[in-house]
Design a binder for this molecule. Structure first.
Ligand code: PAJ
Length: 284
């Protein structure tokens, strides 16, 4: 992979990297399509990273679909698919980890201790191996994208981190490799996440800026769905992921809930044009 990356650089191609754990869906493919627009050469990686799964999590049963994944990638005409083995990425004597303090400990980090340490470590390794000018991540995992952006900034990495919109199913459920775990009843119930975020959107349009009120709006919808076990439903600052009391700067409404054994995430981005706190730009 490093040799190939050197060749691409020597040929003055603009190289983009899309890191994934495979079981590719339209959400992943949207990142590839965006990379194809920006770059002259695109690499995707497929690596189910053992370091980002907790001991009681789904590493062993995480969906793997290498054959269909490589077919989907080939159909998009990308230049390279990088599929390393765990033993190549983490040999016996592996001992170096990256930790992005503060932001990694909240929300997802609180429920999944060590998760973001595994994510930042593998992403830094992938960036070092591929040395892309651009690396693409989905806003579906907003906290992950913020942590990676912070790491790239703090460690003076050359790659520009590009965060792309959430791709949803027709009924609003955010696409995720883990959606295949849902039984039909939970799959139906999971649409409550999107509806809870729509409730926040409605409140914002009515002029509500108080974070507690926005949070109540989410919870009211979520609590109507008995199959949803809420982990968190928060309004946070988009950069620090600290809770806010009042929405006046870029913020996220963030949700995590379990349906059976499957934990799903969703979020809504609230942005303001400079000098205009009246009409936020809302991205579901
Ligand atoms: P994975 O869950 O496979 O996701 C790979 C990328 O696709 C991530 O940037 C994720 O945010 C994005 N993505 C997933 N679902 C999406 C959707 N519905 N719309 C838009 N983008 C979506 O996230 C990981 O893998 C790993 O943590 C990784 C970054 C590869 C490190 O191991």
């Amino acid at each position: 992979m490093k040799e190939l990356a050197h060749q691409e650089h020597a040929a003055h191609r603009i190289l983009g990297l899309v890191p994934t754990m495979g079981a590719l869906h339209e959400g992943h493919l949207s990142l590839i399509k965006r990379a194809r627009q920006d770059c002259t050469s695109v690499a995707a990686s497929i690596f189910v990273n053992p370091k980002q799964f907790g001991p009681a999590e789904d590493f062993a049963k995480y969906p793997r679909a290498q054959q269909t994944d490589t077919e989907k990638l080939a159909a998009l005409g990308i230049q390279c698919v990088f599929i390393p083995e765990p033993a190549e990425m983490y040999p016996q004597d592996y001992s170096t980890y990256v930790n992005v303090d503060g932001i990694s400990e909240r929300l997802e980090g609180r429920t999944r201790p060590g998760h973001f340490r595994g994510v930042s470590t593998v992403v830094l390794k992938l960036l070092q191996i591929v040395q892309p000018q651009f690396a693409y991540f989905g806003r579906k995992d907003a906290q992950q994208a913020a942590i990676i952006s912070r790491m790239a900034h703090d460690l003076n990495l050359d790659a520009e981190i590009v965060v792309c919109p959430i791709v949803r199913e027709a009924d609003g459920l955010a696409m995720s490799s883990r959606n295949v775990y849902l039984n039909p009843a939970d799959r139906q119930a999971a649409t409550v996440l999107h509806r809870a975020l729509q409730a926040v959107q409605n409140e914002l349009h009515k002029g509500t800026r108080d974070a507690l009120q926005l949070q109540f709006a989410m919870r009211r919808v979520l609590e109507q769905e008995p199959r949803a076990k809420i982990d968190y439903a928060e309004i946070v600052d988009a950069r620090t992921f600290e809770p806010v009391t009042h929405v006046a700067r870029s913020s996220y409404a963030l949700l995590a809930a379990k349906f059976g054994e499957t934990r799903l995430l969703d979020n809504l981005l609230i942005e303001f044009n400079p000098g205009n706190t009246n009409e936020p730009r809302i991205e579901l």
